[in-house]
Design a protein around this ligand. Structure first.
Ligand code: M6R
Length: 612
């Protein structure tokens, strides 16, 4: 995925574009560019981060009140100056930024070459901008928006685009299919962006574009049409985003800030939903579908990455408490593997961004097969939140660090509430257990604070193992997905190869890896699996592995057996994923930092994967 920003109004566009790109940099950061209209369209682009672009642009003509900008995560062609966006058409008539993938680019390119078009870059975007120009120059009396619509009818694939035409100095055009775009409406000014982050400091009034919408802002008038030029109705919504969430708030990195925010995140997630005084859980977004959900014969959870790990915890919780069979699927597999989906099935999609391409495609497929689609999502107004029948927002606030941290905790919090509520509605849990678990969940934010107080201790453990080449994470029950999540965090930001395993599986293969160079991180609080995991740890020690354990406070036995220990407060097993994931996040953060890695913007990654 990449970031798009555009501005048309009365202010200077360039500072708004640059600030907007910085806010979007978490979406992609291998190259960036801007195009600003000042008599002609001035175009500047550069490999690397936004600050490289700023250096490159300094002392150049950046005047003008209309412009577009882009920060890139490469799909077609390596990250370099030429492949960076915006792209300009051969005769300089159009300049365009694009998110997504044009799948039939090769055929379109062949046709354009026959018409005499030449190409400089390796991108599919350069083909699109020339296709727009081709229609514009081929027809008489055609305006820019018509040429854009004509070109888009030929495109197979996904796009979010913003377009300038050098013959229309008062026009900004945007269009969407599969790649999110939002229009901000200010006073005599308009913004276009791939998410609300660049817009929120100027206006709260936004229109979320739907697939096949074309937005045209022309001579200070905003219209929304479809590809056939029919007007579409405008729904102006209010942004649910606090500008403070977009800053580091005194922390060195967004990731660290987001790790430390988790006590508050969890409180925000259960606020108004969890009521210990009345022993009540109310999930407003699911009220209408609760009877259907409680009667479901099975539930299918689909998601990717960290959200998939949260989904696995959901499976264990819902099966144990609500007694509903659950399957957890990688969206990227589910959408292609021809699964059996029956009419009464309920599909629960989990996504922080609500824009993950595989998750959205899997949702569409399940919808077509007649399933009821529910969502757990963080970003208000995201595509997922608009295509689901009902759902729960996690209210984790903006998550900017590419490695997901607080969004995971918020998802798990929702899944705990969902499992307990379903169990209660179905009469599968006693009043006492229900009450006790509600109280346990309400107490979690305070317990998390005590774990965060161990930050220095966790940093010292990271110091010891920072030069490792591999790491193994083990857990059982609810903590097996936590082991997976710990391993994912370490590999994505420190580039150390890490594997997460159910501890019981260790002897079926991974045990071969163990020697005195391998750190084995075992999530081992005192729960039903304690004795089992103790023997796994003994097996690791017998092979001279280095054992780092996450244990319940006061556990002397494991302290003795381990090389390094991190303690968590005592809690009910259901809550342990929320407690144990924090040390793993901090361990990854410190390890990555000591290895000189960019923790907020790890190499090759982007915050949400809006392409396949
Ligand atoms: O926005 P989503 O939750 O749908 O994103 C899913 C994954 O792409 C995401 O969790 C990814 O694995 C993160 N880099 C994990 O830190």
């Amino acid at each position: 995925m990449c970031g798009i920003v555009g501005y048309i109004g009365t202010k200077e566009a360039y500072p708004i574009l640059i600030k907007g790109l910085k806010r979007l940099e978490y979406r992609g950061y291998d190259s960036a560019g801007v195009a600003v209209f000042n008599g002609k369209i001035n175009l500047y682009k550069h490999k690397g981060k936004i600050k490289e672009l700023e250096k490159f642009v300094s002392a150049k003509d950046i005047g003008g009140t209309l412009g577009i900008g882009h920060t890139r995560w490469a799909t077609h062609g390596e990250p370099n100056d030429t492949n960076a966006h915006p792209h300009r058409s051969m005769n300089d008539l159009f300049t365009l930024v694009h998110n997504g993938i044009i799948e039939n680019y090769a055929d379109l390119k062949k046709d354009l070459i026959k018409q005499g078009y030449k190409f400089n870059s390796d991108t599919d975007t350069e083909i699109l901008v020339n296709l727009v120009e081709f229609f514009y120059t081929r027809e008489d009396d055609i305006d820019a928006e018509t040429a854009v619509r004509m070109a888009l009818t030929k495109v197979v694939g996904a796009y979010g685009i913003a377009v300038l035409c050098s013959e229309e100095p008062g026009t900004l055009i945007a269009a969407r299919k599969g790649s999110p775009l939002v229009i901000g409406i200010g006073s005599n000014e308009y913004f276009v962006a791939s998410d609300a982050a660049p817009i929120v400091e100027y206006t709260n009034n936004v229109v979320y574009m739907n697939d096949y919408d074309v937005a045209v802002i022309k001579n200070n008038k905003f219209t929304l049409k479809n590809l056939q030029n029919n007007p579409m109705s405008l729904t102006i919504e209010q942004l649910d985003l606090n500008i403070g969430e977009l800053d580091k708030g005194g922390f060195d990195h967004f990731m660290l800030k987001e790790i430390f925010e988790q006590p508050k995140t969890i409180e925000d997630t259960f606020r108004g939903r969890l009521n210990p005084a009345k022993s009540e859980i109310v999930l407003g977004g699911l009220l209408d579908v609760m009877p259907k959900l409680a009667a479901a014969e099975r539930l299918i959870i689909i998601s990717c990455g960290t959200s998939w790990h949260a989904g696995l915890i959901g499976e264990y919780l819902i099966e144990e408490y609500a007694k509903i069979p659950v399957e957890v699927e990688y969206a990227s597999e589910f959408r292609y593997r021809k699964p059996v989906i029956r009419k009464g099935d309920i599909v629960l999609a989990i996504s922080q961004s609500g824009e993950t391409a595989d998750t959205l495609a899997a949702v569409e497929m399940a919808k077509d097969a007649g399933a009821t689609i529910l969502g757990i999502c963080n970003v208000t107004g995201s595509t997922l939140s608009r295509v689901t029948e009902a759902g729960v927002y996690t209210h984790a606030g903006a998550e900017i660090g590419v490695a997901s941290t607080k969004a995971f905790s918020a998802q798990v919090t929702v899944l705990i509430m969902l499992a307990l509520k379903l169990a209660y509605v179905k009469g599968e849990i006693s009043d006492k257990d229900y009450k006790d678990l509600i109280e346990e969940l309400a107490a979690i934010p305070e317990k998390l604070k005590t774990i965060l107080d161990n930050n220095d201790h966790i940093r010292s453990i990271a110091e010891k193992y920072k030069d490792s080449v591999n790491a193994l994470y083990l857990g059982r029950g609810y903590l097996f997905p936590v082991a997976l999540e710990g391993a994912l965090k370490l590999k994505e930001i420190s580039y150390i190869h890490a594997e997460g395993y159910p501890a019981g599986e260790m002897k079926h293969g991974p045990i071969a890896l163990i020697d005195n160079n391998l750190p084995v991180i075992v999530v081992a609080p005192q729960d039903d699996y304690y004795e089992k995991i103790l023997s796994n740890i003994r097996e690791v020690k017998a092979r001279r592995g280095n054992v780092i354990t996450i244990v319940t406070e006061g556990d002397e036995k494991l302290k003795e057996l381990s090389d390094d220990v991190i303690t968590i407060p005592r809690s009910h097993p259901v809550m342990t994923p929320l407690l144990t994931v924090i040390p793993l996040q901090l361990f990854s953060y410190h390890t990555a930092l000591m290895r000189g890695c960019n923790v907020d913007q790890p190499r090759n990654l982007a915050k949400s994967v809006t392409v396949e």
